[in-house]
Every structure is written in C-alpha cells, then in structure tokens.
Design a binder for this molecule. Structure first.
Ligand code: AMP
Ligand code: MG
Length: 490
C-alpha cells in the first residue's frame, strides 16, 4: 500500500429481520445526502459493545452509515410505519418522519440491536416537516440517554452525533445533525395500534411473534403467548416508569408511539430532570394541561398499556368478551407491579433493609416528600444529603429545609431503622444532567465548541462517584435560570 492510500475495506454487517419479516411496516428508504459530514461525538464504549471499529465509524463510510447515505452491502434501510395516541388523540399514520432503521447489529453478547438514525431527511411519513434535526437537540438526546444508562435506567443508547454541514431552518438557522441511535428494537405500542386498525389479524400475529422472539422469548411457551407478551410489557413498563420517578425524570411526551415493547426509554424530546420536588412538574412547551407531568407518569403508562391491550385483543381470544376479560385481568396487574418496583426503589434510596414493610416505606417517603415540597428541596441533592445524614452529618440536609423541627423529627424516625449510607450512595446520584448545564453545553456546541458537551458527558456517565472540582454539576440551577421549557420535534 502507498502512503495516504490506505483504504480499509469497511464492512458493517447489518441484518434486516424487521424489514424482511414485517415489510408491511417497513418502507425502503435512504438518507438525504449531507454536504459536509463531521463526527461531533462518538460513543466509543458503545461501539466496542457492538463490535464496531471506531476508526471505521470515523471514516467516510462510517459517517455515511450513520447519516444513511452509505448503505452497506445487503442492508435494507427502511422508514418504519406506526400510529399512536398523541396527548390522548389517535393519529392513524405517524411513522419515521425523519428517521431510518438502517438495520440490526449483533452485539458482542449476541443480542440483536437496531441501528437507527434520527434527522436523516424526509420520508413518506414527514407530513410536511423537513425530516431534519439540529445539532442541539441531537446532542441533548445523546447526553440524556447516556445519563439514563449510567443511572441504571433501561434506555435506547446513542452511538454518535454527526453534523451534516447543512444549515436548517428553525426559529433561527441552526447547524443540522443526525443522531445514530441503538435500541433493542423500535417496536412500540403504536406499531401494534397501526396493525390493529387494519383488521389484518395474521399481520398482527406476525408482529406479536416478532416481538416475542426479540424481547420476551420466554412467553412463547406460555399457554396464551400473547397474554404473556402483554404481561411482560406491563412488567417492563411498570418497572421503567418507577425508575423514572425515583430519579425525578419527566419524559414529557409519553404518547403511545413513544412507548417501547422492550421497556426501554425512548425519544428524548422535551424530557428533563425535575429539581425541586413537584408532582405537577412539566417542562414541555406544548403540555399545557400537564398530561405528562411528573406525578402523572405512572397513570399515563397504565393508560398507554390499555391501548396496547386493545390492539392485542384479537390475539388474546377469538371470542371478544373472553379477550376483554384477559386484557382486563392482565392490565389489572400493573398497579401492584408498579408499586412493588417503586417501593423497592424508595427503600433503596432511603438505605433501608429489604425485609421492611412496604407500608412503613410508603409512610416515611410520603412524609419526606411533603417536607421536600414545602421547602422546595432539590430531589437529587436532597437524597444524596440524606446519605451524609445517615453517616452522622445532617447539616448538608438540614441546610435545605425551612421547617427544621419537622425534618429533625423525620430524621429521628428514619435513623431508628438503621439506614445504610453506602448502599444509599450507590443509588442516589450526585450528578444528573442539570437543565441549565445541558442548555449551556448545547449552546456552546451549536456555536461550534464541543468541549462543554464532552465534559458534561464525562460527569453524567459516572453519576454516583462524587469528584472534587465538579461542584457546579451537583448544584441546582440558579434562580435566574427561571422556568425551564423544552420542545418536541426540534
Ligand atoms: P416525536 O414527538 O419525536 O415522537 O415525533 C412525532 C412524529 O413527528 C414522528 O412521526 C416523527 O417522525 C415526526 N417528526 C418530528 N420531527 C420531524 C421533522 N423535523 N420532520 C419530519 N417528521 C418529524
Ligand atoms: Mg417519537
């Protein structure tokens, strides 16, 4: 080989199970050409997990793969069709309006994972929108999803953000980008709703069988595999939403097209972490009625699961009444599952032993939340300071309360149960992606400086290890930051 002419034969091996098994839901498509693709951030750890060579990903072929403009041999990129309830109203045809499923990768552990792009250009599902995405929101999804992963919450991952070199029109002109996202699949409640609306029961069965094989293979051997699939999704979603609640995460757009069958968090649009405890916390600019407020998330997940059950009815039983009985019975398990995950999580946050009665945990935590609420205590720093209080130094915690006699009384009751501070520090993070710091980092990135995004990522990828010099990342937003507003579809 001559110097400068090293061309590595790059082969990205993608399978296309979804496109081949469910062609009715898969529209062959390609990404829009990009004037000047540049790697903005690459997740090297995730690339390694996927067995992908980072040099290859940074090469022109890699950038092409991650913008949908280079299609590896034998790959079949598609835009996926789905429907969904958006803010309670049914939209019969949504689909990937600015996204592409490039195909599936097999990771080092043999698991099949979707490689999916967001911001890759218009598709037949674009409904008048431009199919593009801006650098800021794609980096935002990257930061939020990687923080969630580090916090132990099931989530889609971010492999890379590639700048397209194109200016895109929003309220102002912004640099464009494509996010390469990795998920255990992009099957969602809305995928089933789309098929259910066609009355094609065989297609519905094929979709459900695909979901069973991919996500809940144990359910295949159940007496009623489709009921077992439904219950597995109920379990996964109950646990997922409980985990969101425990870290103060507000998803912001829990439409049924944004609820996965895998139980992974998906679609980091208007999401945010709440600071002061507030069941009514809403960040999304369009959620004027607070449908997706922090305190409503468990109930909304149940509502979405009811829509999923409706879509599955023809598979539960040929007899409609019996199918409804199955659905009702299985959906009826949701609340207990949610309570069990949430209660176990609260018990861990309070450092209490697992044998402890749920009622004691519920009473202690409810009374603590009341005190948090009155004093507008920051959820994350409040819980972390409780760990210090368990070690004997209550001052960092007491300093956050107005009503000292009440918190002292609560601390006495709690300490009598012997909380374990080390166990608490493993579940109560020091660092979350603070809204004001996320905005600051994204503004810098939009202006061309990626250093703050890289630093923020470094911090939130190790959320439980307190490090000196990083105090500003562990501090709530200053009053001057004001009310935080986030946006969909940006
Ligand atoms: P989301 O709120 O991100 O779940 O998106 C809801 C729907 O709007 C999906 O069908 C998206 O593909 C579509 N969408 C969002 N932004 C755009 C855009 N810029 N161009 C085309 N479609 C979009
Ligand atoms: Mg979506």
């Amino acid at each position: 080989m001559f110097d400068g002419m090293m061309t590595t034969p790059v082969t990205f091996l993608l399978s296309h199970h979804f496109a081949s098994e469910l062609p009715e839901l898969a529209l062959p498509w390609q990404g829009e050409e990009t004037p000047d693709p540049q790697m903005l951030v690459l997740n090297e750890a995730l690339a390694a997990e996927l067995g992908l060579d980072t040099g290859a990903l940074r090469s022109p072929e890699g950038l092409g793969l991650m913008t949908g403009t280079v299609v590896p041999f034998d790959a079949k990129p598609v835009a996926q069709a789905y429907a969904g309830h958006q803010f309670g109203g049914y939209a019969p045809r949504l689909g990937d309006g600015r996204a592409l499923l490039m195909g599936e990768l097999t990771d080092r552990e043999g698991r099949i994972r979707d490689l999916h792009l967001k911001g890759s250009g218009r598709t037949p599902f674009s409904r008048g929108a431009d199919g593009r995405a801006a650098v800021g929101p794609m980096l935002r999804e990257y930061v939020m999803s990687e923080a969630m992963q580090a916090l132990g919450v099931p989530t889609t991952r971010s492999l890379a953000v590639v700048g397209t070199g194109r200016r895109i029109q929003r309220e102002s002109v912004l640099p464009g980008a494509v996010l390469a996202r990795v998920a255990s699949s992009h099957l969602r409640v809305g995928s089933f709703q789309l098929v259910a609306a066609t009355d094609d029961v065989e297609l519905l069965r094929r979709l459900a069988d695909h979901a069973i094989e991919r996500h809940h293979p144990d359910t295949a051997s159940a007496e009623n595999p489709y009921q077992a699939l439904f219950e597995a999704v109920v379990t996964a979603q109950a646990d997922l939403v409980a985990r969101w609640m425990l870290i103060g995460f507000v998803h912001g757009v829990m439409n049924t097209d944004n609820m996965t069958i895998s139980g992974e968090t998906i679609d980091y649009g208007p999401c945010a972490f709440m600071e002061a405890h507030d069941p009514a916390a809403v960040f999304s600019s369009i959620d004027v009625d607070g449908r997706y407020a922090y305190g409503n998330q468990a109930g909304i997940a149940e509502w979405n699961l009811a829509r999923f059950a409706e879509a599955l009815l023809p598979l539960f039983d040929d007899d409609r009444d019996r199918a409804v009985t199955v659905a009702t019975e299985s959906l009826g398990t949701y609340r207990a599952k949610y309570r069990s995950s949430y209660s176990a999580g609260l018990r861990a946050k309070l450092g209490l032993p697992s044998g402890l009665d749920d009622a004691v945990v519920a009473e202690l935590s409810e009374s603590l939340f009341q005190l948090f609420h009155v004093s507008r205590v920051d959820w994350t720093t409040g819980f972390r300071a409780l760990g210090s209080a368990a070690r004997g130094d209550a001052e960092p915690l007491r300093g956050q309360f107005i009503d000292l006699p009440s918190i002292d009384d609560w601390l006495n009751r709690w300490r009598a149960l012997n909380p374990d501070p080390s166990a608490m520090d493993r579940v109560n993070p020091v660092y979350i992606p603070r809204n004001h710091l996320v905005e600051e980092a994204l503004d810098a990135a939009t202006a061309g400086d990626l250093a703050p995004v890289h630093q923020l990522l470094e911090v939130v990828q190790h959320p439980f290890d307190e490090r000196s010099g990083l105090e500003r990342f562990a501090t709530p937003a200053p009053e001057s930051f004001g009310r935080y507003t986030t946006y969909c579809g940006t």
